[in-house]
Design a protein around this ligand. Structure first.
Ligand code: SF4
Length: 304
């Protein structure tokens, strides 16, 4: 496979491999302050309450993964319903009535989806962790499902959100492209197709990468990693500096509020405000994000 390996080293490149997941790279891309809160500040700033739409998504993902672990004869829509019910995550809902209504919907999603599957067609992997490395990054992540179709592997990603998907979502996903490269490397089998399975509509959006488009995604991942690694290093230097405010007693959960943060760190990890700030777990620590987008209740992400 034609990757960007061999093009390096570049000036400013990190000396060590930057270990990451696609989520970490995307966090760096989306909002550096959120990246800092998520991956660097320790103790980690407290998060807001759980989101109900995440509870729905996680419950469905868990049920679908468990469904494939059942023996063949139990891979039925009813089993999907039972698995969903047994593993239902109740966090973030307004009340028991709302949670119950969404449990029913999620049961329909999961059982309706598995009714479209061939239970004898075992995937190569379910919630499978894959990893690959270049001269810059060691990247790993977990694939919802890895199928074999003919002589090739296909990366399958389940989506439960309300937004309809486009082919661009599949084409432009850094995570899916990285998973395809990693699966191909680990299994020594070509993997160029990535699919988004949108459970609410039953739609499957596919994109078939070329070696060149995969290499472009991997190159992009390396660029982001190079930037993030340099910022991480500077962060560690600044945090270790003697002028840094002394942390509280061991075990005390601190909120890394902006007042405690050296100005250079704040500049290095600047906020990127936008509508997404409404849904950011660290919004309570971010005055700019609060000003940029309205507060949302934990259940506001559900499509009523
Ligand atoms: S609220 Fe917005 S700007 Fe602030 S950390 Fe979160 S995503 Fe970034």
């Amino acid at each position: 496979m034609n990757t960007v390996q061999g093009q390096l080293p570049l000036e400013g490149m990190p000396r060590r491999l930057y270990s990451c997941t696609p989520s970490r790279l995307n966090a760096w891309l989306d909002c550096r302050r959120r990246y800092r809160f998520t991956y660097l500040d320790r103790p980690q700033p407290s998060k807001g309450p759980a989101w109900a739409h995440n509870s729905v998504g996680a419950s469905v993902h868990n049920a679908l993964a468990a469904w494939w672990r059942e023996p063949y004869e139990r891979r039925t829509p009813l089993t999907a319903s039972i698995l969903l019910t047994n593993g239902w995550i109740t966090e973030g809902f307004k009340d028991a009535e709302q949670s119950g209504r969404w449990l029913e919907r999620a049961r329909d999603l999961a059982s309706g989806y598995v009714a479209t599957l061939d239970p004898s067609d075992d995937p190569v992997g379910v919630e499978r962790t894959v990893a690959t490395r270049t001269k810059v990054i060691a990247v790993s992540g977990r694939i919802d499902r890895l199928d074999r179709r003919g002589d090739e592997l296909v990366v399958v990603d389940y989506k439960t959100g309300r937004r309809p998907l486009t082919q661009d979502d599949a084409r432009s996903s850094l995570a899916l492209a990285v998973y395809a490269v990693a699966a191909s490397t680990m299994m020594r089998t070509p993997c160029r197709a990535v699919e988004l399975h949108h459970l609410p509509t039953g739609e499957i959006v596919e994109w078939r990468h070329t070696d060149e488009s995969l290499a472009r995604h991997l190159g992009r991942a390396e660029e982001l990693a190079t930037e993030a690694a340099a910022a991480d290093e500077r962060y560690r230097e600044l945090v270790a500096a003697p002028a840094r405010k002394t942390p509280g007693p061991p075990g005390e959960r601190q909120s890394a509020g902006p007042a405690e943060v050296p100005a250079e760190i704040d500049k290095l990890f600047a906020p990127s405000t936008g509508p997404i700030c409404s849904w950011c777990d660290f919004r309570r620590h971010c005055p700019e994000g609060q000003a940029a987008a309205p507060d949302r209740r934990p259940w506001d992400g559900l499509a009523e």
